[in-house]
Design a binder for this molecule. Structure first.
Ligand code: 13P
Length: 250
């Protein structure tokens, strides 16, 4: 079993650095009690510098997005080089909330490469907006995976995390069932194997996101076959997030 990976995606929360520091301290204390779990926090980029001062050890930091170029005239953007220079270790790439505002599969592929070049780990988000009875959503997921990985050298697959986040389960309370999650874990592994070979496929870490809460985390982790979680809403509440960490600890 790979080391469980539990990632907090704070999205555009909380509203002040003071609050961010408070939640961060709580998460760090919870993480310290469970060294078997790899805990990562993705705060808004504006808090990264300050939180970095007390990160390391129990909690690593992630950016929620990056530009695909290392530098240049891109107003409002931040580069993987800047994120790396701060000491963060991960970057979330292709979150559905960014794809919704125009990020394409091609953009996601470029960001994955830029993240790897900066020696950081991309957390590549994939997921369908709805499920249909014909199973067309499987084709949609296959395209997302194939386009994300086709330009990545197979030797780097070990440095990539896929977060399967069905859009219909994000922030809605409608979690995928354990069976849905298990089926998707096997499907992702199957398509990675089909396109890139078994050895490379088995190196990729696959986690689940979408309404992961204290009351469903243990069941999803035990039977869902994924290596961890990407958590939105519940990651802003220390006790909830701590329970999710415990659910994956051995
Ligand atoms: P929720 O846990 O709030 O559903 O958000 C999931 C998510 O989008 C994490 O990236």
């Amino acid at each position: 079993m790979p080391q469980p990976l539990v990632i907090a995606n704070w999205k555009m929360n909380p509203q002040t650095l003071t609050e961010a520091k408070q939640i961060f301290v709580g998460i760090k204390n919870a993480a310290k009690k469970h060294p078997s779990v790899s805990v990562v926090l993705a705060p808004p980029a504006i808090y990264l510098t300050e939180l970095m001062k007390s990160a390391g050890g129990a909690v690593s930091l992630a950016a929620q997005n990056t530009h695909s170029e290392p530098l240049g005239s891109f107003t409002g953007e931040i580069s993987p080089t800047m994120i790396s220079a701060l000491g963060a270790k991960y970057i979330i790439v292709g979150h559905s909330e960014r794809r919704m505002i125009g990020e394409s599969n091609g953009d996601v592929a470029k960001k994955i490469m830029a993240t790897l070049k900066a020696r950081l780990t991309p957390i590549v988000c994939i997921g369908e907006s709805a499920r249909d009875s014909q199973g067309n959503f499987f084709t949609f997921i296959e395209t997302q995976v194939e386009t994300a990985f086709e330009i990545v050298p197979r030797t780097r697959f070990k440095d990539i995390v896929i977060a399967y986040e069905p859009i219909w389960a994000i922030g809605t309370g409608a979690t995928a069932t354990v069976e849905d999650v298990k089926e998707m874990q096997l499907f992702i592994l199957k398509i990675l194997t089909k396109h890139f070979g078994r050895t490379a496929a088995e190196q990729v870490t696959i986690i689940y996101g979408g309404s992961v809460k204290p009351d469903n985390a243990a069941k999803l982790y035990e039977a869902g076959g994924m290596s961890g979680f990407l958590v939105g809403g519940a990651s802003l509440k220390v006790t909830d997030f701590a329970t999710i960490i415990v659910a994956t600890a051995n």
